[in-house]
Design a protein around this ligand. Structure first.
Ligand code: CTP
Ligand code: ZN
Length: 156
């Protein structure tokens, strides 16, 4: 069986976004990143440990009728740098977005420091600089390590 045949266990979608070549184990983190828990009624297909040409196995997430915001793409680039994003219209892949490690991530993540200005009552959008050691809060300097990123997703 070819990879293409095996992938049919996750059907093609008509419109939306396919997040492909995720490192095995990242699918659930991507759902968390997108704020998807099933309650929003979105059509979502998830493949875990799917055979892949380029990775031993991969995860794949298909979200119907939805595209990713730049901030979501930026977090994805940090947690799964090999991922590819395919925009689907009328069953065709109309765009392949390669993702680059961003310089900063805006929104999406909350600062772990409870005294940070961004965690107060005033609505201040978070901003983290992307460094080798992790993400550093622009306002208070607190570091989120890459392994801890998913624990700091703001649920939208
Ligand atoms: N896909 C889908 N629904 C569609 C079209 C494509 O779910 N209507 C999925 C495919 O199953 C694949 C991804 O979107 O997982 C990218 O599609 P395509 O570019 O056709 O596949 P490849 O050439 O294998 O992708 P890549 O270049 O990333 O290896
Ligand atoms: Zn902070």
């Amino acid at each position: 069986m070819t990879d293409a045949d095996q992938e049919l266990r996750v059907s093609k979608i008509r419109n939306g976004t396919v997040i492909d070549h995720l490192a095995a184990g990242q699918a659930l983190n991507v759902l968390a990143l997108l704020g998807i828990d099933g309650s929003g009624g979105e059509g979502v297909s998830v493949g875990m440990n799917v055979p892949s040409d380029t990775l031993a196995t991969k995860d794949i997430v298909k979200v119907e009728d939805r595209e990713l915001s730049q901030s979501e793409v930026d977090v994805l680039a940090v947690i799964s740098p090999e991922a590819t994003i395919n925009i689907i219209r009328e069953y065709d892949v109309i765009e392949k977005q390669r993702i680059d490690r961003p310089e900063s991530v805006d929104g999406v993540l909350s600062c772990p420091n409870r005294n940070c200005i961004t965690t107060g009552d005033e609505p201040i959008r978070t901003r983290f600089a992307v460094l080798e050691e992790g993400l550093r809060c622009h306002y208070c300097g607190e570091i989120i390590r890459e392994s801890e990123i998913t624990a700091h997703l703001t649920v939208t």
